[in-house]
Write a protein that binds this ligand. Structure first.
Ligand code: GRF
Length: 196
């Protein structure tokens, strides 16, 4: 399907827990005109997450929803969904969102929630994927952008990039090179998914 140049910019809500470098790669690609989209809202769940300052620099509202204040994952996701709705969000991008999602979120965004994970899925799902790859002794690591389903890091794959593991790599040096690839493929995969 060819992109429709008359379509309104897609409204993408970003969920992030930490640094926010993938958020910044995405907003930069939008600012550069590579994706017809806008990011009306960033939601973060850790009060000290650097993503909040990055969002403010771009003039994007950053809303803190601290999962520690909620009784259940569902109650937390309910507030996430409500907040996204207030900003008219159509797609969500989990850019380092370190929370398991529930049906409450998935049912509101069927096939419209995108995640980035620092491994070549289906290898090394879950936390500490970089460390898992080094410990397993594989020679190729990488990153994956995929649609989110209830099973962690298991939804349909949109795009991947491979990163060789070098003999002297630590988790820090490898993660730094994986992140360069994340910043390259996340915007491209989002563009592919939203179709504009
Ligand atoms: C990335 O490596 C991503 O794959 C993982 O969390 C990290 C987030 O990095 N899910 P950043 O906050 O975007 O810099």
């Amino acid at each position: 399907m060819l992109p429709n140049p008359n379509a309104a910019p897609a409204k993408i809500g970003v969920l992030a827990s930490g640094n926010g470098s993938n958020f910044e790669a995405l907003i930069q690609a939008i600012a550069d005109g590579l994706i017809r989209a806008e990011i009306p809202i960033v939601i973060y769940n850790n009060p000290d997450a650097a993503v909040a300052a990055r969002a403010q620099r771009w003039g994007i509202p950053a809303v803190l929803l601290d999962h520690r204040q909620y009784q259940s994952r569902e109650a937390f996701d309910f507030d996430v969904v409500q907040t996204l709705a207030q900003y008219g969000v159509e797609w969500i991008v989990m850019a380092g969102w370190m929370r398991r999602v529930t049906k409450v979120l998935i049912d509101r965004f069927p096939h419209k929630a995108i995640n980035i994970h620092p491994s070549l899925l289906p290898s090394f799902p879950g936390i500490r994927a970089i460390e898992q790859a080094i410990a397993a002794g594989v020679k190729i690591a990488g990153c994956t952008v995929h649609l989110v389903t209830l099973e962690v890091d298991a939804g349909p794959i949109l795009m991947q990039a491979a990163v060789p593991i070098l003999p002297d790599d630590t988790s820090e040096t490898l993660h730094a090179r994986v992140q360069l690839q994340e910043h390259a493929i996340l915007p491209r995969a989002v563009k592919l998914a939203i179709g504009q």
